[in-house]
Design a protein around this ligand. Sequence first.
Ligand code: ADQ
Length: 470
Amino acid sequence: MKTRSPRRLVIVSARAPFVSTPNGIVRAPGGLISALLPLMRRARGTWIATGADHDACDTSELPFRVRALSIPSSMRAAWYAGASNGALWPLAHGFVEVCRFQAEQTRAYLDVCRAAADAAAENAPPGAIVWIHDYQLALVPALLRARRPDLTIGFFWHIPWPAAESLRVLPWASELIEGLLGADLVGLHVPRYVRAFRDALDELGITHTSDGGSIVVPRGSRAARIEAWPIGIDVEGWAKLGRDEDVAAEAARIRADLGGGRVLLAVDRMDYAKGIAERLEAFERLLEQSAEARERVTFVQIGVPSRETVPAYRELRQRIEAAVGRIQGRFGALRRKPVHLFARSFESTELAAYYLAADAALVTPRRDGMNLVAFEYVATRPRPNGRLLLSTTAGAADVMPEAHLVNPYDDEGLVSAIEHVALAPETPGDAARMDALKARVSRLSVEGWASDFLARLSQVTDERVASRAT
Ligand code: ADQ
């Protein structure tokens, strides 16, 4: 698709592009921020962040503005730890039993969305493009549309779209959908989620039509479109790290330190949806069953702590640490540690060294909107070696069919899939799979994703204006 530099752009997200650290203000981690920053620099627009710290928003030296909203801490907790991560997140990932719906939290969610919509309305010049991100801000499109019908509004939902059956338990499902339909274009990662969105519209009796792969929902004189826009990563950035001599030397040191056997790697935010505890338990069963695994296989789990104000996340951390301690106690020896857990954030050079060092990456979330680690592992490897084990329930599985796919809910299947990627003798088929995966990932650049989404947003709005004029 032809890309053009977006003009008059406003981005609304829970996270700010910068964070304060003990070493000063630095760019927030993650590919999304890296993709949006160059667009924002060119557009000289405004970035509105609802969950940011104010110190990190003094951007007088930048060609764009960052506005952190002042949200009282109790409201912020009810919106973020409550409605967003205690209700919408588990709902979208199929953990309905974990969901807690509390009226006070729903009110806070609405209040934060309203504050974000007000800030966008005040900061957007006439006819500007506003791009809103993620499930923490799903009501913003309709609230903003009511205040500023002149704007072009895009929304991207980064997590799975919930099945209609799950969505039925959300007391404000209809408000959620109506909130999103305030946008001109709603992006989801894969066509499977677009189909689930269509089911939700059917459940609520909302009229819609199909146009190719997109759903069109008439809303008065305009329409909202729902489409699949698979996100990517900074492919060249990761590939460059993979070719770096220092990174390669560090990878060799890691392998040597781990004893020279087979190395399995997992990298996640510590989140129950990522299946970390179940993966460790499956690895434990593999060690029970296989003497070869006990002798030769080491599993490295890198897990950055996350959302620790939410009880389910604190419990998860304990479960993970208990599993690691148990495995070590049962199968470890003075000079042999079968599992290593790093519960902290890594620099990208460090991560790249681990990606290079690993014979296989275990990307086995219970459910995941996409999963960027699967892409990063593949992109970092200079040669077509290594194996990727990937859950069928991650969005990434839809765009990486050559991975070793596994159903993470099939306990025995998970153990044998881990055994296969760890120990099966290498065949020419392995290189062919990795070559195919590398070709797929090379087409998934996050910068292209962001500029193509914005170009599509301008296009659907131009079509609307043209059809009104005829
Ligand atoms: P996340 O749930 O955060 O994103 P994911 O897509 O895996 O999940 O991205 C995690 C990112 O954090 C990766 O870039 C990874 O390198 C990095 N990371 C993880 N652990 C780290 C550590 N210890 N140190 C440093 N970096 C670490 C949400 C959705 C996903 C979707 C993305 C993008 O839940 O499904 O793919 O948004 O839309």
